[in-house]
Design a protein around this ligand. Structure first.
Ligand SMILES: *Cc1c(COP(=O)(O)O)cnc(C)c1O
Length: 393
């Protein structure tokens, strides 16, 4: 277990950067402005020569956005953080900032689908190669290293199959070879896991999940040391332009105020539901890192302080029709993509395929998001779906 960084958590979430707001406002203002003006030629020139530390144009810095970034950096114990327009933008920037033509990356195979797409199709156009690894054994990374390997791209745990990487072990292999490590920390959030403290170089998040936490905003975060973030700001963020809207930054700050209340509840509810499912006769297996039966339970406890609300399970079935019956019998769990909001969701892996073309290993796999509702209501909803499956519903 690693400890929380620097400031007390509620100081970051509720007060950091908010003590001296204009007109003694309690809620930070939204600076809905595209440009900033200057009292003199000299001041104008100074801002142009160093956009990273000035307000010039909202495609670079904006006070509302920067306030949000200050909190996000503190949450990850990072030198700096950048809020960007989406989680996908965050990982793309972090990857592009780590590789050039001719380089090679080692990538966790079950990483977010659009990140896979980025490596498989987009980066190939620029002669950047990659090797996929399952990632559960640090030796896989060592074995995949080539002379031109510049990046280990991690996601721990992955968010359909829940495979963990040993972050301290992988970071130390990377350091030995001078390879940068980037991790997608969306699942655990900085509330439960701080990869930089374990030696990882760059953390990315989809803020559309728990950091936003209310299913009302799309955003992403990159956090790292000051020099890495300065490079990223000047050479990836400014030219590519995945700018967060000041209002999105304000919503994220507003929603962050309850992070420390929401996350323990997601954990509690997910653990209760995973435990219930594990003992159900119609369930083949449950994948949740904080179930004692989970193959990497000890590692989960070592590098995370707890778990979030997302997990998956396999129904004992080989028929899509049965999966449909189960999914359609739920009334509280909503059928939707994404996760990390207050509400419970269900995403059957099979729904990505035509009914007659579902791969065997995906057919019975179902992902649940445990929201912050009363867990007894959630249990009842699942019981009802199991009853429907057995023809009793
Ligand atoms: C959703 C998600 C992303 C992408 O984030 P967006 O905000 O949707 O672009 C990246 N990684 C993980 C693990 C995610 O769940």
């Amino acid at each position: 277990m690693t400890s929380h960084p620097t400031l007390p958590l509620t100081e970051i979430l509720l007060h950091q950067g908010e003590r001296d707001l204009p007109f003694n406002a309690v809620s930070p203002p939204i600076f809905q402005t595209s440009i900033f003006c200057f009292p003199s030629y000299d001041a104008f020139r100074d801002a142009l020569s160093d956009e990273e530390s000035h307000y010039l144009y909202t495609r670079g810095n904006n006070p509302t956005v920067n306030l949000c970034e200050e909190k996000l950096a503190a949450l990850e114990g990072a030198g700096a953080a950048k809020l960007v327009s989406s989680g996908v933008a965050a990982s793309s920037l972090a990857i592009l900032g780590s590789l050039k033509s001719g380089d090679h990356a080692v990538v966790v195979e079950d990483c977010y689908s659009w990140v896979r797409y980025f490596f498989d199709t987009y980066l190939r156009k620029y002669n950047i190669e990659h090797t996929y690894v399952e990632g559960t054994d640090p030796a896989e990374f060592e074995a995949a290293v080539r002379p031109n390997t510049k990046l280990f791209y991690l996601e721990s745990p992955t968010t359909f199959t829940f495979k963990l990487q040993d972050l301290a072990a992988v970071a130390s292999i990377a350091k030995k070879w001078g390879i940068r490590t980037v991790i997608d920390n969306t699942w655990a959030t900085p509330y439960f896991q701080n990869p930089l403290a374990l030696g990882i170089d760059v953390v990315v998040h989809s803020a559309s999940k728990y950091i936003g936490g209310n299913s009302d905003v799309i955003g992403g975060v990159v956090a790292a040391s000051k020099p890495v973030m300065k490079e990223l700001f000047e050479h990836q963020f400014l030219p590519l332009g995945p700018v967060p809207d000041p209002f999105a930054a304000w919503l994220i700050m507003r929603n962050l105020r309850t992070l420390h209340l929401r996350m323990p509840r997601h954990f509690e509810n997910a653990l209760a539901l995973a435990t219930m499912l594990e003992s159900h006769a119609a369930v083949e297996e449950v994948l949740y890192p904080f179930l004692p039966s989970f193959p990497q339970y000890e590692l989960a406890k070592r590098q995370m302080r707890g778990g979030s609300g997302l997990f998956s399970f396999r129904l004992k079935t080989k028929r899509v029709e049965e999966v449909k019956t189960f999914v359609d019998s739920l009334t509280l769990f909503k059928r939707a993509v994404s996760w990390g909001g207050y509400e419970s969701l269900i995403f059957p892996a099979a729904v990505k395929f035509a009914d007659d073309a579902v791969p065997a290993d995906r057919l019975s796999l179902i992902r649940l998001h445990a929201g912050i509702e009363d867990v007894e209501l959630l249990k009842k909803d699942l019981e009802h779906a199991f009853a429907a499956l057995e023809g009793r519903g």
